[in-house]
Design a protein around this ligand. Structure first.
Ligand SMILES: O=C1CCCN[C@@H]1CCCn1cnc2cc(F)c(Cl)cc2c1=O
Ligand SMILES: [Mg+2]
Length: 497
């Protein structure tokens, strides 16, 4: 059927219907793999455009590395790979013949890139080395797949840098994290919390992991938006990426790696969609404006089409992405419905009244506001679209903030968790305390195998999402909410994707 048959509150069913009826995704017969249709791929292209421009300002150079790697290569760093082995996909044959050794398909590219880094870096003059690649990645996840959010193949960029000092590498990590926050806020109108992962949640191969976390308002679940890691010298020692420093001493490079994926599109859909379907932030909408003629017996059809075409030309000159839906086999009502489902930010209706008064009827998708504007005032639409972007971001930020509660004791913590909130608490920063909270919250959680975003959750336990970069100082005598020992940091807990 054309219409979306559930409300957004029936969240996982709503999500599955929206991604199809907005023509973002088509299903495919390999489980966990999906087709990105033009309406979705356009969003990824806008993300690439902005993020590529941003990393270029840091002199990062785009490259392309092979997608295959030998078992030997992959296992260069045993414990970095240990926890991930189960999700590596392998090629073992070509035609009727066996490969004499199986080849892994890249799940990430450290072990593919870093042997080359070792060849390229001899002296400190070869540093900093900064490369990036835009590719697909394959990880044979076993958890229930969710389009965009958790898929067995996804698109990303992965940046990898090598520096002569720790300071420079650490600065690079945070510069990239700011870029990620910008892409989420300025393009997708999705608010994020910048933070640092706890030792048990970080990328084990690195020194520390920074992250942009968001919270899906409908279910209060944390969603890791993108990560930027400081790798320290862990990989440079393993791969012999060393250089002669200015005192002619052999020194190991200081490295970073960072990634942003198509999961971000899923976060945008979840944040902004409503009961009628997708709601696109204007900056990533393939069509920002849809022109729909309202044919009427008193109105000459040819003249109406000419007027619509004239309006389309005016908007193209204003650098807007506009489409004139002049199909004669669909009614205006059907078109209103369809373009609402696809989330087009602004609809312009031109019927007999508008034709006579040389105006258009504007219908805003985000807040359903309706008003008339004169044709000579169409130049207001660029600003109107920008205002819509910031209004969407503001609304989303309020919804996210509503989902963050404080708790000073276990009872309050569990009350908030069972109200599908995330919880900011003082924490002793001891790993065993963190594991106990995870375990105990799972036992006491009312939300067992809930159906979330199409993904069956086997536990409702809370884990740490991040230690927010912006947080109050903790004083002597302030206690960990769980174990009562001296607190060190505030940490944000929540159920997560
Ligand atoms: O997150 C990023 C940003 C972009 C570059 N990489 C890092 C770390 C990736 C961690 N990670 C994540 N998933 C993995 C899955 C695997 F099958 C294997 Cl073998 C390794 C990994 C793995 O190292
Ligand atoms: Mg994973």
């Amino acid at each position: 059927t054309l219409a979306i048959t559930v409300k957004k509150s029936d969240f996982s069913e709503w999500y599955q219907q929206v991604i199809r009826k907005a023509e973002l995704i088509e299903y495919y017969d390999v489980s966990g793999c999906y087709i990105l249709r033009p309406w979705a791929y356009f969003i990824w292209e806008q993300i690439q455009r902005l993020l590529d421009d941003l990393i270029r300002t840091e002199d990062v150079e785009n490259t392309y590395f092979p997608m295959f790697l030998s078992a030997k290569h992959l296992n260069t760093e045993k414990d970095h790979v240990e926890g991930f082995k189960a999700e590596v996909a392998w090629v073992t044959k070509y035609g009727q013949s066996d490969l004499n050794e199986p080849l892994a398909i890249r799940p990430t590219s450290e072990t593919i890139m870093y042997p080359a880094f070792a060849k390229w870096v001899q002296s400190h003059r070869d540093l900093p080395l900064k490369v990036n690649q835009w590719t697909n990645i394959v990880r044979w996840e076993f958890k229930f797949p969710t389009p965009f959010i958790r898929t067995r193949e996804f698109l990303w960029q992965e940046g990898h840098t090598a520096h002569s000092t720790r300071e420079e590498a650490v600065k690079q990590v945070y510069t990239i994290l700011d870029f990620y926050e910008q892409v989420y806020g300025e393009l997708l109108a999705v608010p994020v919390i910048k933070g640092i992962k706890t030792e048990s949640e970080k990328f084990a191969g690195g020194d520390f992991t920074t992250t942009v976390e968001t919270i899906i308002p409908q279910n209060g679940r944390g969603l890791q938006g993108a990560t930027s890691h400081h790798l320290g010298q862990n990989f440079s020692k393993m791969f012999e990426i060393n250089f002669e420093d200015d005192k002619r001493q052999k020194a190991f490079a200081w490295q970073t790696s960072w990634g942003f994926t198509t999961r971000s599109i899923g976060a945008m859909i979840m944040f902004h969609g409503d009961d009628n379907g997708l709601v696109l932030p204007p900056r990533i909408a393939k069509y920002q404006i849809i022109i729909i003629p309202i044919i009427h017996k008193d109105l000459d059809e040819k003249q109406l089409n000419e007027r619509c075409e004239q309006i389309r030309q005016i908007l193209i000159k204003q650098k807007l992405r506009v489409h004139f839906d002049n199909r004669d086999n669909y009614s205006p009502g059907w078109k209103f419905n369809k373009w609402e489902q696809k989330g087009v930010p602004i609809r312009l209706e031109i019927g007999p009244g508008e034709f006579k008064n040389n105006e258009v009827r504007v219908v805003q998708r985000f807040d359903n506001k309706k008003y008339q504007i004169k044709i000579e005032e169409l130049n207001q639409l660029n600003q109107i679209l920008d205002n819509i972007h910031y209004a969407m971001l503001e609304k989303a930020r309020n919804e996210l903030n509503q989902r963050i509660k404080q708790a000073d004791d276990w009872k309050e913590f569990m009350t908030q968790l069972n109200q599908r909130n995330t919880i900011l608490t003082k924490w002793c920063q001891r790993e065993e305390c963190e594991q106990q909270v995870k375990k105990q919250s799972g036992i006491e959680s009312k939300e067992k195998d809930s159906e979330i975003g199409g993904q069956i959750q086997l536990t409702g336990s809370a884990k740490t999402l991040c230690m927010p970069l912006k947080q109050d100082e903790i004083k002597e005598g302030e206690k960990c909410f769980h174990c009562g020992q001296q607190a060190k940091r505030y940490v944000l807990w929540g159920r997560s994707y």
